[in-house]
Design a protein around this ligand. Structure first.
Ligand SMILES: [Fe+2]
Length: 219
């Protein structure tokens, strides 16, 4: 007997990174495979956003910084519970490639399979500078304690859910790069899943989750 169901279950991993390469300059890809075995290449997309995509000041004014380009690749048909390595790549127009250092992750179990999954869930983290420097509208020094503890315990973590109030960039776009640099040791090893908090979407009348309704103290 044959059963067809939809959607099909399979194990995959999404890899996202940023670079300075527009699609006209280089083609992004991920070089990946089972640890120690032949690697294959998967293509990635290239996207960005512009100043006029921002709702208003400060993201459109003093907080604006060109974000470069955002690349996403889907690594499909993974063997469940296997160790994989991967490198981010760009195929340049002169035919040569540039590659990142090698990262690794363990694929998830097959959906529905009995397993122990150790999940970290938190919000309200932000980002900070270890050297004590600071910048305008920057205010989450305790975030270093959070990422330091997660990195120490990373071998005991299967997935991280950061459920909102992510960077507290609040319209200062360079702070997103600082945030992603701070979480990279975690997010490059285990799935780092993001939700939207009020600090990611609180521009009045722009589809804010809270619109203009007073729902209590939101910090
Ligand atoms: Fe918050």
């Amino acid at each position: 007997m044959k059963f067809l169901t939809t959607p099909s279950y399979f194990v995959q991993m999404t890899v996202t990174w940023t670079s300075g390469y527009d699609i006209k300059e280089a083609v992004p890809f991920v070089l990946w495979g089972l640890k120690g075995q032949v690697q294959k290449q998967s293509p990635a997309g290239t996207l960005t956003f512009k100043r006029n995509s921002m709702c208003g000041s400060p993201a459109r004014t003093v907080g604006w910084r060109d974000p470069g380009f955002i690349h996403t690749s889907f690594l499909k048909d993974l063997w469940p519970n296997f160790a994989y390595t991967y490198q981010l790549g760009h195929l340049l127009s002169n035919g040569t490639s540039v590659l990142s250092k090698r990262y690794s992750f363990k694929s998830s179990p097959y959906p529905g399979q009995d397993s122990l999954q150790r999940v970290i869930i938190f919000g309200d983290m932000g980002k900070a500078e270890r050297d004590g420097s600071n910048e305008y509208n920057n205010y989450q020094p305790g975030s270093l304690n959070t990422t330091d503890r997660l990195i120490e315990d990373l071998s005991n973590i299967d997935i991280v859910l950061h459920i909102g109030d992510i960077s507290y960039a609040n319209g200062y776009i360079s702070q997103w790069d600082q945030f992603t640099a701070q979480v990279e040791p975690i997010a490059s090893r285990v799935p780092y899943m993001l939700g939207s908090g009020n600090h990611e979407r609180d521009w009045p009348d722009s589809g804010s989750f809270y619109e203009n309704i007073q729902v209590g103290s939101v910090v």
